[in-house]
Design a protein around this ligand. Structure first.
Ligand code: CA
Length: 232
């Protein structure tokens, strides 16, 4: 089953938060509500949302101050922020975007507008989606069915190896550093060491069997997926 995008709503007005949450729930999102910056921080520490919907005017720390803080934090900096503001004057919008918001939406707003903006920020920030199929020589990865085969034989891969292979195949013949792979394949990787990449590459090669040679180590640089390495 597809995971519903989690939305953290940071809004002190319960009526607005409730209305937004109901609309989001009806449209395939999983909303969580925090009424101030502290509650929002607790939520962020527990689970990273896919989007933060952040009210400008909050008791305690303002939305702008929170956006700045979350942008500066390695754990939260990749989470898109959509600012909610009752003000429509230009300098404030600019301040919101300067603070690190991805977009803003002015109250009152329609559900359709909110959903459109939300989907737009999600699209822009989404990590690589594994839904398409990629073929390299006789190695075939089907994103929709999560199947991998080599020379017509189906192979068994763990979920991380599958994502890693998908990324490497989509960006074949290029060298990727361990840091780049962590960014693209793991996403929220602040607690993951670069050595983890090596462990998964090793497992990936083992799972690929004869096709494992297509995953090349480039000394001092990282890894590269190449069709040249395939044993024929
Ligand atoms: Ca407010």
């Amino acid at each position: 089953m597809k995971k519903l995008p989690r939305v953290l709503i940071v809004e002190d007005e319960a009526a607005i938060a409730e209305l937004v949450a109901v609309n989001l729930r009806h449209n395939g999102f999983s909303p969580v509500w925090a009424s101030d910056g502290e509650a929002a921080q607790r939520e962020l520490d527990a689970v990273l949302p896919d989007v933060i919907l952040l009210d400008w005017m909050l008791p305690g720390q303002s939305g702008v101050a929170l956006a700045k803080r979350w942008r500066a934090d390695a754990r939260t900096k990749g989470v898109p922020i959509l600012m909610l503001t009752a003000r429509s004057d230009e300098p404030d919008k600019v301040a919101g975007l300067d603070a690190g918001a991805d977009d803003y939406i002015t109250k009152p707003f329609s559900t359709q507008e909110l959903l459109a903006r939300m989907r737009a920020v999600l699209r822009r920030r989404a990590p690589e989606q594994v839904a398409d199929s990629v073929t390299m020589g006789e190695l075939v990865l089907d994103g929709a069915t999560h199947r991998v085969s080599y020379q017509g034989q189906s192979l068994k891969l763990g979920p991380t190896e599958f994502k890693l292979l998908h990324y490497l195949m989509k960006h074949a013949e290029r060298v990727h550093s361990r840091g780049q792979l962590l960014d693209k394949v793991w996403g929220d990787h602040v607690f993951i060491e670069e050595r983890t990449v090596d462990v998964h590459v090793k497992r990936l090669r083992e799972s690929l069997g004869d096709a494992g040679a297509m995953v090349e180590t480039v000394r001092g640089a990282g890894y590269r997926m190449t069709v040249q390495g395939a044993r024929t």
